[in-house]
Design a protein around this ligand. Structure first.
Ligand SMILES: [Zn+2]
Length: 320
C-alpha cells in the first residue's frame, strides 16, 4: 500500500520495493515490515527510538512531504496517522494505522481531522464487540494484582511496546512496583525519556518479584522460573482486546485494548467525516460490509480498482 506524492512514493506501514520512503505509524511488528537498517522513515522520533530499542534497527527520519502532516493516533506512545491535503488532486486523505479514541495512561491522545478519503484499520470489525469502560478494567486489574500478590505471584504477559507500559502505569497507580524482563526495560527507557513515569525493576530471579510484566511469549518461562523457587502460587494474566473473543489459557484475562472497538471506530469516522472509507487489514472486507450496512461508503482498499490509476493513491495489494 503506497501513496504517490510528487516525486515521492510512500509505503504505508508495508514493504514496497519501489517506494523511496516508508511511513511507519508505530513500532509494532506488524507495521514495520518495510523497515530495514539505515532505511529513511517518515515517523515520529519516538517511533524511531522504539524500533531501535525493541528490534535493534537504527533508522533515519525524513520530514513529511509538503502538504503532509503526522497526527497522534492514541494507540501507543509515538503512534501517528498520516494526513495529506493535496490541492493538485483536490482531496485530503488520512491513513489511520492503529488508533484508539479513549486515552491511555501511556500514549498521547488521538488528534482528529476531517479528510475526504479515510484509510481505516480494521482490527475489530464486529459491531457487537465492546471493550466497556476502561476504568472498570483498570480497577479490576489493580484489585486482582493486589489480592493475589498477598499470597502468591502475578505474571502479566504483554506486548513489549505499549501494553507493557500501560500495565506498569496501572500497577504503579495501585502502589505496585512490578518487575519486568530486559526487553521491556529497554523500551521503558524510551518512554521515560519522553515523559512517561514508570516505576519498575528488572527481574533477576532473586525471589523478590511479586508482580511481573513480561513479553507474552515468555509468560510460561517466567511462570516456571518463579514456581521452581517459590512455594507460593504463580498466577498468570493477560490484558488484551482479544480477551473479548478468545481464551488465552491464563488464570485471568482483562479486555484492555489499545485499539478502537466498533463504537470507537464510528466516533472516529464521524469526527473525520470522510466521503469514502477504505478499509485495510485482515478484516477489511467484513469491516467495510458492516460499515456499509450503516450507510457509510466503505470499501476494502485491496479491491478498489478505480483508484489504482490515480497518481495520488496507488494500491499495491495484499497490503500489510
Ligand atoms: Zn499496533
Amino acid at each position: 500500500m503506497a501513496l504517490h506524492l510528487g516525486d515521492y512514493r510512500i509505503a504505508l506501514d508495508s514493504r514496497d520495493s519501489e517506494a523511496n520512503v516508508n511511513f511507519i505509524s508505530h513500532a509494532h511488528s506488524d507495521h514495520i515490515s518495510g523497515v530495514s537498517k539505515g532505511r529513511r522513515l517518515i515517523a515520529s522520533s519516538i517511533t524511531r527510538e522504539l524500533i531501535e530499542a525493541r528490534y535493534g534497527l537504527r533508522t533515519e527520519l525524513e520530514q513529511p512531504p509538503k502538504g503532509a502532516e503526522l497526527l497522534n493516533a492514541g494507540h501507543v506512545l509515538g503512534s501517528k496517522q498520516f494526513y495529506v491535503d493535496d490541492p493538485v488532486h483536490g482531496y485530503s486523505l488520512l491513513y489511520s494505522g492503529d488508533y484508539q479514541m479513549v486515552e491511555s495512561a501511556a500514549a498521547e491522545r488521538i488528534e482528529l481531522k476531517h479528510a475526504d478519503v479515510l484509510i481505516l484499520d480494521s482490527t475489530y470489525p464486529y459491531p457487537w464487540l465492546r471493550f466497556g469502560e476502561r476504568e472498570d478494567t483498570v480497577r479490576a486489574m489493580q484489585l486482582y494484582a493486589k489480592t493475589k500478590m498477598e499470597n502468591g505471584h502475578v505474571v502479566f504477559g504483554a506486548y513489549a511496546v505499549g501494553k507493557a507500559q500501560e500495565i506498569i502505569r496501572i500497577l504503579n497507580d495501585a502502589g505496585i512496583t512490578p518487575a519486568v524482563d530486559a526487553k521491556i526495560a529497554g523500551v521503558n527507557e524510551v518512554y521515560k525519556r519522553h515523559g512517561v513515569h514508570l516505576d519498575y525493576f528488572v527481574a533477576d530471579n532473586s525471589g523478590k518479584e511479586q508482580v511481573l510484566v513480561v513479553e507474552g511469549s515468555r509468560l510460561g518461562e517466567f511462570k516456571n522460573a518463579i514456581t521452581s523457587r517459590s512455594n507460593r502460587r504463580v498466577f498468570t494474566a493477560v490484558a488484551s482486546g482479544w480477551a473479548k473473543m478468545y481464551r488465552f489459557g491464563t488464570d485471568v484475562q482483562f479486555p484492555l485494548s489499545d485499539h478502537a472497538d466498533f463504537q470507537q471506530a464510528l466516533a472516529y469516522i464521524n469526527a473525520c467525516d470522510p466521503e469514502v472509507i477504505l478499509t485495510c487489514g485482515n478484516s477489511a472486507g467484513l469491516f467495510a460490509k458492516n460499515l456499509g450496512a450503516l450507510g457509510y461508503d466503505a470499501r476494502p482498499l485491496a479491491k478498489l480498482s478505480q483508484f489504482r490509476q490515480s497518481s495520488l493513491l496507488v494500491c499495491s495489494l495484499g497490503s500489510r
